[in-house]
Design a protein. Structure first.
Length: 365
């Protein structure tokens, strides 16, 4: 059974009409008139889809990104990669089923695959915690990213989460620290990293895995520091103002590409990725191949510098430096306290060494 969004009523009615015309229990079969009617209705449906989906506002885009039928991380992992070997556990606390991790083959080459998984039905969504990772999930990905880094294996992450899990247990086990450590790990990797936002990219829960060389978004995905409802509640104390919030947040792929927060937008089939899964698979496969191939001749240092400079450039065209492409003016500034502290440490070390030498000398005599 298909699920429809509240702005897809006309689309729903047209598809129901087509299904009635194609009813296999129609004993008289399809007449020429029926065939022509199906063809004209299908044309009308395509035009309606094109009209609606070419003019989505930011809140409608958010609804499409959260669509129940939208392909999830597990679907992409199962269909884009070969010989996927799932690996579990953070070696500290336990397993987090909201994130799938493991090594696989892409186009014959080894890759580490990470996927935030929301689940396909109510039972699996509860099991997957609706894609909201706990600290053990982030620590699991850190463990495997370090392993991939050791063996020079590229990393591909599929991002789809409303945010990190904010439960009491998660906070007690160090949720914020786990996210920070995950970001730190991503930035220090010496292998190519791709982050593909396939649905929601919510807050620190997403950036913890999206601090990558290339950040790619599906056309109707979103990427933001907070949900539109949460933003509206904080700013206007009215969650119903989510459309205003969504517009102000610039969370769509088009806006983020313009702001250079992301690197690429993958077009979706007419009506969203869920309407033609084969087509979105092919588009994603092409993008992954192209981006992995781009880093093929990069050294480890070049990969790290490319990632570092990419994030340093974000916002630089707003007046921080005169030329956002030239980052040579960005230097680390040490304050006087640091200099004094370092000089004191040097003096103390020298004094300690002199005392040890004197003690040895007196002992000999």
């Amino acid at each position: 059974m298909k699920n429809y969004l509240n702005f897809e009523t006309d689309i729903k009615n047209l598809e129901i009409e087509i299904e009635k015309l194609k009813n296999p229990y129609n004993q008289e079969g399809l007449t020429e008139v029926d065939t022509q009617k199906i063809s004209s209705t299908q044309t009308e449906l395509d035009e309606k889809l094109r009209d609606i989906y070419s003019n989505l506002d930011p809140w409608q885009t958010t609804m499409v990104a959260r669509h129940e039928d939208r392909p999830k991380a597990k679907f992409f992992i199962d269909n884009l990669f070969d010989d996927f070997i799932s690996l579990s556990g953070d070696r500290y606390y336990g397993e987090d089923k909201s994130v799938l991790t493991g090594f696989a083959k892409f186009n014959g080459d080894s890759v580490l695959v990470i996927g935030q998984e929301k689940g396909e039905n109510l039972e699996s969504r509860i099991e997957r915690n609706f894609g909201m990772m706990r600290p053990e999930g982030y620590r699991k990905t850190i463990r495997l990213m370090n392993l991939a880094n050791k063996f020079n294996i590229p990393i591909i992450s599929f991002i789809d989460t409303p945010g990190a899990y904010p439960g009491v247990g998660a906070e007690e086990r160090g949720q914020a620290e786990a996210i920070a450590k995950s970001i730190e790990c991503c930035m220090e990797l010496k292998v190519p990293t791709l982050a593909i936002i396939i649905g929601e990219g919510g807050s620190g829960g997403a950036i913890a895995l999206a601090s990558s060389n290339k950040v790619i978004m599906l056309e109707n995905a979103i990427y933001s520091v907070i949900s539109p409802e949460g933003c509206a509640t904080i700013l206007w104390r009215d969650p119903k103002k989510m459309l205003d919030a969504a517009k102000a947040m610039k969370l769509s792929a088009k806006d983020l590409l313009e702001l250079k927060v992301i690197d690429e937008v993958i077009p979706e089939p007419l009506g969203g990725a869920h309407r033609d899964r084969d087509k979105i698979l092919e588009s994603l496969r092409t993008s992954i191949f192209k981006n992995l191939n781009y880093f093929k001749d990069f050294s480890s240092e070049e990969i790290m510098n490319e990632r570092k400079n990419k994030f340093l450039k974000i916002g630089r065209n707003k007046g921080f430096v005169s030329n956002s492409e030239d980052l040579s003016t960005l230097t680390v500034k040490f304050n006087n306290f640091d200099k004094i502290l370092k000089s004191k440490k040097t003096l103390l070390g020298s004094a300690f060494l002199v005392i040890v030498l004197l003690f040895v000398a007196f002992s000999l005599f």
